[in-house]
Design a protein around this ligand. Structure first.
Ligand code: CTP
Ligand code: CA
Length: 223
């Protein structure tokens, strides 16, 4: 996959990308989250803008700067991300779900700081499932032209990735093994396997997230 010759590959295209973790409130001072750094989603947004796309980046809380020529919408919870994504992504040319969306929110979240109750039986959080943002977008009647998911797995990467591709009605899924500390979540490099809905498989070698972003965008738009 070439890189430089793809400079205008996305000109006139509308691209929407989710990135980063979400945060699910327990009370006003505490939350549940995950290890996503947002680096892969931000690299995709940056490269898509360089390739001429009109890019909207829907971002959970991360410490990264907004890439040049990218419109960034900040969100906190998965339910906020779902709302922002449905507003921006319908009828887009390309939607990429790079966010590590929390699967659950706290159903018994408290509006005041929870006070420690020493000697009691502990504190039980009840978790309720969050909406599946990408599955909803990929099944919408105004579905974007191409929908791409990410699958961060710690085991059986191929099996789970292919299952998600079908279950969520995606065109592509990008799978990586987050049990390796040298690639994935907070690393600057990544190594992925990409599966397409027609059974295609592409193994992309370990490289920087920005190089990988260019290769992935070229792949998604190749036909
Ligand atoms: N995703 C989403 N909304 C959710 C959960 C996941 O849009 N509520 C998207 C992610 O952004 C990613 C893809 O779905 O593109 C796969 O996420 P993943 O967490 O691997 O899938 P899950 O269906 O949540 O399965 P798992 O039990 O492995 O977490
Ligand atoms: Ca999940």
């Amino acid at each position: 996959l070439k890189f430089k010759s793809d400079a205008a590959l996305l000109s006139g295209k509308r691209v929407v990308i989710t990135a980063g973790p979400t945060r699910e409130a327990i009370d006003p001072v505490r939350y549940l989250t995950n290890h996503s750094s947002g680096k892969m989603g931000y690299a995709l947004a940056d490269q898509a803008a360089r390739m001429g796309a009109d890019v909207t980046l829907i971002s959970g809380p991360v410490t990264l700067p907004t890439p040049t020529n990218v419109t960034r919408i900040n969100v906190t919870s998965a339910r906020e991300m779902a709302q922002a994504a449905e507003k921006s992504a319908l009828r887009a040319d390309l939607f990429i779900g790079a966010a590590a969306v929390a699967d659950y929110h706290v159903a018994n979240a408290e509006t005041q700081k929870h006070k420690k109750q020493s000697g009691q039986t502990g504190w039980t959080l009840q978790l309720a499932e969050n909406p599946d943002i990408i599955a909803r977008i990929a099944r919408h009647e105004q579905r974007p032209g191409i929908v791409v998911g990410f699958a961060a797995e710690t085991a059986d990467v191929v099996h789970y990735a292919q299952d998600k591709l079908q279950r969520k009605n995606l065109d592509w899924i990008v799978a990586n093994d987050v049990s390796r500390s040298d690639i994935g979540f907070n690393s600057d490099d990544n190594q992925v396997v990409v599966f397409g809905r027609d059974g295609q498989q592409f193994d992309l070698p370990q490289q920087s997230k920005s190089q990988l972003a260019g290769a992935l965008l070229a792949l998604f738009m190749k036909d």
